[in-house]
Design a protein around this ligand. Structure first.
Ligand SMILES: Nc1ncnc2c1ncn2[C@@H]1O[C@H](COP(=O)(O)OP(=O)(O)OP(=O)(O)O)[C@@H](O)[C@H]1O
Ligand SMILES: [Mg+2]
Length: 324
């Protein structure tokens, strides 16, 4: 049995279809990465699974329990860390966790002990007596994660747990996630960071416009793109367009510009690489970087959706209007 399972979920808000038949599931003790751009429906799907929102159609279950029919029982199995930290700023770190424990029917003594253990685990012991309002973003995020673990959940929903954290803090959260999984917890992790899904997830569901557009391991998804990727960084950035045109002509696919002075293009094999090198040389385009490598998840996402994972919603709206 899957630790959680959503099948054909539909959820509309007025004219917006947030979920359009999305299906997600994970076997016990694994991490499902749910990867998608802003507005893809990640938070909405998590809220349905966490019993906070009723779907218009489809079904969802946690630990075999239907989330609509047995919300109270489901809540006992899950921990939820929201995209927006839900700590009470006027309470200390310790008070926040004790409060959660009391809400979960722990005795005062149990709640205190649990809070102290978690604060120590999350490197917050020294800050335990300080108001959460004085915590840094990373400390808040850790406190929020700790709060979701007070009830020793079997299944944890982490909605963009590392958004806005610096790389070192992100690694801290990753370490916590890995430890939880080692303890047998099942995790649904939404993210816009492809390297995060790559690093943590056993399986990845790529979500766009409220449905799953691809599912597999990171390696399987990378194979979707096929072949390899050529990267060209011209020595003279003003010749970027020229380099892109050469790469596109050889590859027969649109090139992407992941940085201001660099282009990448998927190629079917290394013969295309040789041809690109030859044509760059013939055109006198000098380069500071030139490589052939397997595709990144970023490129996988671009290939699948036609847009970048970290694209802003405004850009997407323009795109949707263009398409309409
Ligand atoms: N309560 C609501 N009322 C109206 N529209 C909503 C509501 N919740 C979500 N939506 C809309 O549903 C769509 C999906 O939103 P959702 O928050 O699930 O996306 P997301 O993938 O979590 O995005 P992000 O990466 O920005 O967090 C969006 O168009 C959003 O504006
Ligand atoms: Mg969200």
């Amino acid at each position: 049995m899957n630790a959680f399972e959503a099948e054909g979920l539909v959820k509309r808000f007025g004219r917006t279809t947030a979920l359009d038949g999305i299906s997600l599931s994970a076997p016990p003790g694994t991490v499902l990465g749910v990867l998608g751009p802003n507005g893809a429906g990640k938070t909405t799907a998590v809220r349905v699974l966490a019993t906070l929102l009723r779907p218009d159609a489809g079904r969802a279950a946690v630990g075999g329990l239907d989330v609509v029919r047995h919300p109270a029982r489901v809540r006992r199995l899950i921990g939820l860390t929201g995209q927006y930290a839900s700590v009470d700023e006027d309470l200390t770190g310790a008070e926040n966790l004790v409060l959660v424990g009391r809400l979960l029917d722990l005795t005062a003594r149990e709640a205190k002990a649990r809070a102290a253990a978690l604060l120590a685990d999350f490197g917050l012991a020294e800050a335990a007596g300080r108001r959460a309002g004085t915590y840094s973003g990373g400390m808040r995020r850790r406190l929020d994660l700790a709060a979701s673990l007070v009830g020793r959940p079997d299944v944890i929903f982490l909605d963009e747990p590392t958004t806005g954290l610096d790389p070192a803090k992100r690694e801290d959260v990753w370490a916590i996630v890995r430890r939880l999984v080692a303890d047998g917890v099942t995790i649904l992790l939404t993210t816009q960071y492809l390297e995060e899904a790559d690093a943590l997830a056993d399986a990845i569901s790529v979500v766009d416009h409220g449905r799953v557009i691809a599912h597999g391991t990171a390696a399987e998804l990378k194979r979707v793109v096929g072949g390899q990727t050529v990267l060209v960084r011209p020595a003279d950035p003003s010749r970027l367009a020229e380099a892109a045109a050469i790469a596109e002509a050889v590859a027969g696919r649109p090139a992407e510009s992941p940085g201001r002075d660099v282009v990448t293009v998927p190629v079917p094999g290394d013969a295309a690489f040789t041809e690109i090198v030859r044509r760059l040389d013939a055109a006198g385009v000098a380069v500071t970087e030139l490589s052939l490598r397997l595709p990144s998840l970023d490129e996988v996402f671009f290939t699948l959706t036609g847009h970048r994972a970290d694209e802003q919603p405004e850009q997407r709206r323009d795109e949707q209007e263009d398409a309409a």
